[in-house]
Design a protein around this ligand. Structure first.
Ligand code: GRF
Length: 202
């Protein structure tokens, strides 16, 4: 069984999608830890309700060393780290120790609307401002570049003229909640390989 840790900063709807996918038998995974950089993250309540161990390393206190603290928790206990709305950047040793074993969900079609400073609602604001008619979401591996690792899965979502951030975010989240569990399922079944910086699904 794939052992995962889920890193969160906010609402945790993606964490909930993983929990639901495990409970309904879609995913053969166990969530060993939910880790947050924000004590106010509602995701922590979702985890506590399910008896999942939680760890909090507040951003202000830990700053750039947060990756080292997380590594202490997950080393030897976890196969995959899932960044599900986690707003701190992981740096240093953890990226080496978990190379090819950290995935992130991003609310746009990478390489569009991503990179430094492009997170949360800012992504949807930029999408709406640009006038594009299609956006979406991406699950990708994490490396030292922000939103730069190999792309695992993407799903396109239409953008309507009448959309605001709330309606667009909801439509994108609906797809996020499908492709994040799907990516974990593929990983748990050893169906994902990285070749020349690209993901091959077998
Ligand atoms: C999602 O849109 C995710 O793509 C982005 O942050 C948001 C987190 O939402 N990285 P939630 O906390 O899972 O509800």
């Amino acid at each position: 069984m794939l052992k995962i840790a889920v890193l969160v900063s906010g609402d945790g709807s993606n964490l909930q999608a993983i929990i639901d996918s495990i409970e309904n038998g879609y995913l053969n995974c166990s969530i060993e830890a939910v880790i947050s950089d924000n004590i106010k993250s509602f995701a922590l309540q979702r985890a506590t309700k399910k008896g999942i161990p939680i760890y909090v390393f507040p951003k202000k206190e830990f700053g750039e060393s947060i990756g080292d603290e997380i590594l202490k928790v997950v080393k030897g206990n976890v196969d995959i780290l899932v960044l599900a709305g986690f707003l701190s950047l992981l740096k240093g040793e953890i990226l080496k120790k978990f190379e090819g074993k950290i995935i992130n969900i991003h609310p746009s079609l990478i390489p569009l609307f991503c990179g430094k400073g492009m997170y949360g609602e800012k992504v949807h604001e930029s999408v709406l401002k640009s006038g594009v008619k299609i956006t979406g979401c991406t699950v990708h591996f994490v490396d030292e570049k922000v939103d730069g690792g190999a792309i695992i899965l993407q799903k396109a979502v239409p953008v309507y003229f009448e959309d605001d951030v709330k309606t667009l975010k909801e439509r994108v989240l609906e797809e996020e909640h499908k492709i994040l569990p799907e990516a974990l399922k593929l990983l748990s079944e050893n169906k994902i390989f990285i070749k020349d910086g690209k993901v091959q699904i077998v």
